[in-house]
Design a protein around this ligand. Structure first.
Ligand code: BDP
Length: 331
């Protein structure tokens, strides 16, 4: 595959100057995004593409494909990155953990106190080591930066106001075994293999009783119309990750790889800014549309959290000190 790619790039480099008047050489790379135009991560993807194009003086052009048009399921884009069929994908850390298991540690249920706590961890040594681990693990993926995705909450066709209400509910989850176990421990059944753009119809058709996500996805995918009960349990904070394909990066000039890495990091602050705005407007929009927001008292959230002990034991095995360090961060 690398050989084919290198060969293709060579053709590009030789052919383009001839067609473009011989003044410059442009390598065109693709970025896959499941979210729609205007969503905070999509805006950040475009900002990234713009910065890279500017700083490489047009040597690299990144074309963003939003709305899951290239890969509706993030697992598909991750596998395409691994074999060098795709250059970039903005994905959630949740499915990436199926390929780089250590990533589960930074998205354990009920781990962070708030967004500030999470950002201190992600932008500190723990988070940055995890980002490096993506490539070091030999996954064929390169972690470029983290973006915000807020807290995930359950939304269902019937109200969930205590942990027992989760009994028997079929909940759509991202492709991540730890999240499936999380829902099982709460009494429900985790369903995977449904892309985020298909959740609305799966709920409408009764294949599932609900899903879990942040305010902006709940709003933007229209899921609130099918599952109008939103329970604020905040079970996870799963960051987004901008990933690159190691195989594709290897075909580029080392100086351009550095530019790509630097531009990605610079877009983080912009995405967080857009995120904070969108979280608020999405919440307002669904509330105005009649969604029932169920706030859980701290004692009830503690009952959800208590059920997670087996996950901390199983997925946290060997990482006990790291988890403690995460919990202590910012205290
Ligand atoms: C959203 C993430 C997106 C995931 C989606 C999901 O931004 O990357 O694909 O959740 O649940 O919050 O699949």
């Amino acid at each position: 595959m690398k050989k084919i790619l290198a060969a293709l790039c060579l053709v590009c480099l030789i052919a383009l100057p001839a067609f473009a008047g011989g003044s410059s050489e442009t390598t065109v790379l693709t970025l896959s995004e499941v979210h729609a135009e205007g969503y905070p991560t999509t805006l950040a993807d475009y900002r990234f593409a713009e910065l890279v194009n500017e700083r490489t003086e047009g040597r690299i052009q990144i074309d963003v494909y939003s709305g899951g048009t290239l890969y509706g399921e993030e697992t598909g884009s991750i596998e395409a990155l691994q074999i060098g069929d795709l250059a970039f994908a903005r994905v959630s850390a949740s499915p990436v953990a199926s390929y780089v298991p250590a990533l589960n540690i930074i998205q354990l249920p009920y781990l962070y106190r708030d967004a500030d706590h999470m950002w201190q961890v992600l932008n500190g040594p723990i988070g940055q080591d995890m980002l490096a681990e993506i490539q070091e693990s030999g996954s064929g993926l390169v972690g470029l930066c983290y973006y915000d995705a807020g807290a995930r909450n359950f939304y269902t066709t019937k109200p969930v106001s205590k942990v027992e209400d989760m009994n028997g509910l079929k909940i759509r989850l991202q492709n991540n075994a730890m999240m499936v176990e999380m829902v099982q421990l709460l009494g429900g059944n985790g369903v995977t293999g449904i892309g985020p753009n298909e959740v609305y119809s799966a709920i409408s058709q009764g294949t599932i009783d609900g899903a879990e996500n942040n305010w902006p996805t709940y709003e933007s995918m229209g899921d609130y119309e099918a599952a109008p009960y939103f329970t604020l349990d905040g079970h996870t904070r799963v960051p987004e990750i901008l990933l690159a394909s190691e195989a594709v990066l290897e075909t580029l000039d080392p100086a351009d790889i550095e530019i790509i890495k630097e531009c990605a990091k610079e877009t983080q602050a912009y995405e967080i800014e857009q995120w904070n705005l969108r979280e608020e407007t999405s919440r307002e929009k669904v509330v105005a549309a009649g969604v029932t927001v169920i706030e859980l008292p701290a004692e009830e959230i503690a009952r959800f959290q208590e059920r997670m002990a087996p996950i901390y034991e199983e997925y946290g095995a060997g990482y006990e000190d790291l988890i403690q360090e995460i919990i202590n961060t910012g205290l």
